[in-house]
Design a protein around this ligand. Structure first.
Ligand code: FE2
Length: 227
């Protein structure tokens, strides 16, 4: 399986506190059947991460994984807050894509007037990036009116739900409506939110296509069994 949303980088955000915790998260991921994890540290107003440093931090983590014989590959990525999009030029955004794909993981906003969200995501698309909304199920604006999410998906935005929420009624509704494209752990630690997934098209086929930069076919996923 491939986990495209995981706060596994040591000391980068509110995820793994140090290398020891990163490695422990990696062990949990491998034990659950995950072979590849995309490190997606928060890029928001709270964590002023050096975007150019993510790749180096990922390389260092991969080295530690080799040394400790943990069979996990970590790719670079980020979870970007919508509020940070305005500051970022194409070069910076290019440092934050999931692996070497054109996909950007955008955190679903929780607050505020989201009427400009579609314009911001369209802007990313016209610049050659492909937005994936992280956990839309946590966004009150979408919960209030699902058609807001439908419109975004119609315009090519993909949705990543939290694997642990797949059985929630609202997420089931989203799946039935064809609004879920992949599932990921959004792991932050080893206990509360660990990096464990269950095998399904949403954790195997979909993330593999996404990392290959392929457009996901909704038809192929609609019949996929629920994890
Ligand atoms: Fe996250």
């Amino acid at each position: 399986m491939i986990d495209i949303h995981c706060h596994i980088l040591p000391g980068a955000d509110d995820g793994a506190a140090d290398l020891e915790q990163s490695l422990e998260m990696a062990r949990i991921a491998v034990a659950s059947g995950i072979g590849t994890v995309v490190a997606t540290p928060h890029v928001n107003s709270r964590f002023c991460l050096n975007c150019a440093g993510i790749e180096l931090a990922v390389a260092e983590l991969n080295e530690s994984l080799l040394e400790t014989e943990i069979a996990l590959t970590v790719l670079s990525g980020a979870e970007i807050a919508v509020t940070r999009l305005l500051d970022m030029d194409d070069h910076t955004l290019g440092l934050l894509t999931l692996g070497s794909s054109p996909y950007l993981l955008i955190e679903s906003p929780y607050l505020g007037n989201l009427n400009f969200l579609d314009a911001q995501l369209t802007d990313l698309q016209t610049r050659g990036f492909m937005p994936v909304l992280a956990h839309p199920e946590r966004c009150p604006w979408f919960r209030e009116d699902r058609s807001r999410l439908e419109e975004l998906v119609e315009h090519g935005v993909l949705c990543q739900v939290t694997a642990g929420a797949l059985e929630e009624p609202f997420v089931r509704d989203l799946r039935d409506a064809g609004l879920v494209h992949c599932a990921a752990s959004d792991a932050h630690d080893t206990n509360g939110r660990p990096p464990a997934l269950r095998p399904s098209a949403l954790t195997i086929d979909a993330p593999a296509k996404l990392l290959a930069g392929e457009l996901l076919s909704l038809d192929a996923l609609e019949s996929a069994p629920c994890a």
